[in-house]
Ligand binder design. Sequence first.
Ligand SMILES: [Mg+2]
Length: 272
Amino acid sequence: MKPVIFTDLDGTLLDDGYSFEAALPVIRRIKDESIPLVPVTSKTRAEVERVRELLGVGGPFITENGGGVFIPDGAFPFPVRGEDAGGMKLIRLGTSYEVLKSALAEIRKETGFRITGFADLTPEEITERTGLPLADAVLSKEREFDEPFFLESGSVEEVGLLAESVGLTLTRGKILHLTGDNDKGRAVETLKTLYRALYGKAIFIGLGDRGNDVPLLKNVDYPVLVRGEEGGYEPVEGVPKLIKADGAGPVGWAKAVTGILDTIKASGSYTC
Ligand SMILES: [Mg+2]
């Protein structure tokens, strides 16, 4: 059996300063043991490609809260169905960005709430509001399946109900997001099928820090919640066998992954 790791990025593998340094020794181990490390994030393709480059990992990844599943050509030794997307196949699970932007504009008009989406902001303004480095803020605007937004006046619940009434979903990550009826869990399921076809049997590990990670955590064998940097864990319900990592962000990530890999290795159920 082969382990496969699905991980959220912001607040999980990346700390609040967007660094994964605390997890570096474990990332090295994962690479040495050829364990797939799959980012599952609300970030865009362009942002994830940059993080993958910094991490030095290849392979599939999931963008924009499960809107897009990207599979580099040759990642699996069998044909994968999907749209050609520059050296990769894209399995599109999300709703198009144009539809999301007009729905958000409609909600703003209907409620009179002050709502500001990433589409309304320059990269400099995104940096100011989120702390994202400017180069990443530029890449964060290349959106396909998810509109992050700030609700400056009005009720989150009301926005959520209006989104639902037109078949869309309001998701809470570090900030609010409007998406289609996709989530991280469905996207993870899509890749699990491919990894099972590749390895025969696989053990799935999943790590996250917030509500938008719950569908991911529900779809893995070892679900891990890392602590927030403020010191607490996000309240998470409905995830059996949830493991609370001993540490915030990448510190907790590294400890939990080491513990799980050691445990499954000791049980003799995997060879690298
Ligand atoms: Mg997160």
